[in-house]
Structures are given as C-alpha cells and as structure tokens.
Design a binder for this molecule. Sequence first.
Ligand code: NAD
Ligand code: DAU
Length: 341
Amino acid sequence: MRTILVTGAAGFIGSNFVRMLVSRGVDARLVALDKLTYAGNLANIADLIDDERLIFVRGDICDAELLSGLWDKHGIGEVVNFAAESHVDRSIMGSGPFVSSNVVGTQVLLDVARNKGVNRFLQVSTDEVYGTLPEDKPEIKFTEQTPLAPNSPYSASKAAADCLVRSYFHTFHMPVLTTRCSNNYGPYQFPEKLIPLFVTNLMEGKKVPLYGDGLNVRDWLYVEDHCEAIWTVLERGRPGEVYNIGGNNELNNRRITEVILREMGKSWDESVQYVKDRPGHDRRYAIDASKMQRELGWAPRHRFEEAIRTTIRWYIENQAWWRAIKSGEYLKYYQQQYASR
Ligand code: NAD
Ligand code: DAU
C-alpha cells in the first residue's frame, strides 16, 4: 500500500484533502504531519483521527530528524506539502515565520525526501508568486510561463520555495510537481481570510472591514475542486512540471461582500466599513488553468453561486468551531491588524 506524507494536514486545505482521500476510500496510508500553529487545528480532522488509514503526527517540517524518522517508520513514498504560513497580512506584520516554514521548511523536507527517496513530491503553491495583473486587461491571465514577481513577504517566501523545488528537479532529478492555485473558499478556513472573516463577523453583529476601494480582484475556487486538482496532479502530473489551478471565477471584493450580505440578510450601509488598504495590495489575480484541462482533464466542478451558499451554511452550522478560534491569540491579532485602520 502506498504511504503519502501530507504536511499541514490540520490546516484548511490540508484537512479537506485528507478528508477527501479517506471518504473516497483511496488505497493509501496517510501520514498527516502538522506543527499545529495558530492556524492548525486538530478539530479540523477530528472525524478522521480514529481512521486506521490516517496517522497524525505533531511536528515541524523544519525538523529533519523527525522527518527522517517518519521515512524510517512508515516508508513514505509520496509527499504533498501544504505546510506553510499562509496569511498575507500576517507576513506584513512579520516575515520571520514565513521564511522559516515556507522556505527553510521546504528545503529541509526536500533534502530528507531526496536522501531517503521519494516517488512523488508535490509542492502546493499559489498564484500570488506571479505578482499582480492589470484590471483593465481582462484577457491577460497568469500562465505557467508568467515570470515570478512576488509582492508580499508571503508570496516571496512561496516563490523561493518554488525555486528550490524547481532546482531539485534540475539538479537532482527529483520527481517534483508544483501546483499554483488561486483563492480557495469552503469549510474549515481560518476566520482571518476574507470570506470566513466576513461571514463570522456578521454573525457576531460586527462590521466587515473592506480594504481600500474594495475593487481588488481574486479568482475564487471551492476547496474541494482544489483538492481534486492536487490529487489529479499527484496521480498523473509530469515530474518537473508546474500546473496552474483556478476557478475561472474572477470577482472583486465588493462583489464577494454583496453576495455574503445578501445570503445573510444584511445591508451594505449597516455592515460594511471601508478601512485602510493592505500595503502592497495586489490588484488582480487571474489564472489560466487550461494546461490542467488539456493535459490532465481537470476542471472545477462547483459553481460559485451554490458553493458559496454551502460555505456560508457550514459556518452557520459550525459556530462552536469558529467561536473557539475567535478568542485568545486571534483577538490579539485582530486588534493589531484592524486597530489603526
Ligand atoms: P492554513 O494556514 O489554513 O494551514 C496551514 C497548515 O500548515 C496549518 O495547519 C499549520 O499548523 C501548518 N504548518 C505551518 N507551518 C508548519 C510547519 N513548519 N511544519 C508543519 N506544519 C506547519 O493554510 P491553507 O489555506 O490550508 O493553505 C495550505 C497551503 O496551500 C499553503 O501552502 C498555501 O500557501 C497554499 N495555498 C493556499 C490557498 C488559499 O486560498 N488558502 C491558495 C493557494 C495555495
Ligand atoms: O491567491 C491565493 C492566495 O489567496 C493564497 O496563497 C493565500 O494563502 C490566501 O490567504 C489568499 O490570499 P489573499 O490575500 O488573496 O486572501 P485574503 O482572504 O487575505 O484576502 C482576499 C482579498 O480580500 C484581498 O484582496 C484582501 C481583501 N480583504 C481581506 C481581508 C482579510 C479585505 O478587504 N478585508 C479583509 O479583512
């Protein structure tokens, strides 16, 4: 039986990924590694923890000794590296943890995988490594050939990791794969990100903080479609290749806000507060995912109109999950992030 090391498995996308594999009955053992940072939450995989196919390990991808032990004990054959610091605003407050987990962590994981041997190493990256696009040229989208031009400490750290992954293919012929995806939404997303923050703020009777003019554009993809794409690349992607993943669903933040307000029965005037813009705020992201469609037959299956409703319903029905998060360390972050805005 194959053994897949899934790092960052207690985070938003990682937990959705392991849930998809377990519920699908994939013939694989999953070693779910997570440092359990502020964003990692065992509650995200509580329903899977007793499943014999899943082995949870608390640990850091920067810890070479721990990683080597996982190879020795479990015979890791494949790696899917989700583990990362993932929030742009936090990277603006301080980039140290981003360089540590996203750059050094990826390097340590690559080295252990190279020394111990691995059949596939999939790096989960982001469209943010390409920088920003003009809003008045809708025909231009990020392709896999677009030069890397990261603009935030977060995206710079992800781009550095992508370069390391690329170099291990070129220099050591390691069977690496890189995916670059657009903005995800869905269940279990940490409520510091736009959609879960706005939905939960409204349930708490708070306003939603819209950055700048609210016209920044993102390409929104339902998390299950991203997980399906990652599995497709792990199964059938060509080593050394990069695959862009996107929803073909460009929306600006005002539009997202309108949809959320409508679904939750709130008005713009009572609920929206324009706040100071994010420094270096990328204006537009748009992904050309035609390579995924052409080479691997993948396309998103969920329509935004339905999947956003499913997502909002999930936060309404799982208040204990996010109310437990929106306390403690989160409160300190929230006050610091939004105090001066
Ligand atoms: P997240 O912040 O919800 O989860 C990240 C997880 O990684 C957490 O469980 C955290 O505890 C863990 N982690 C962090 N540092 C670690 C370390 N050093 N060792 C082990 N575990 C560590 O993030 P997410 O939104 O689920 O993103 C997962 C990955 O997908 C990231 O690499 C991110 O860059 C990428 N990505 C995210 C999106 C998005 O829209 N959320 C889009 C494209 C790509
Ligand atoms: O594009 C993929 C990336 O998407 C991932 O690599 C990142 O891990 C993920 O966090 C996400 O980055 P963004 O910065 O695009 O996501 P965020 O949810 O933080 O912001 C989405 C948009 O909403 C962005 O234009 C900033 C804006 N925003 C965000 C917050 C948190 C607001 O207007 N107000 C807010 O309070």
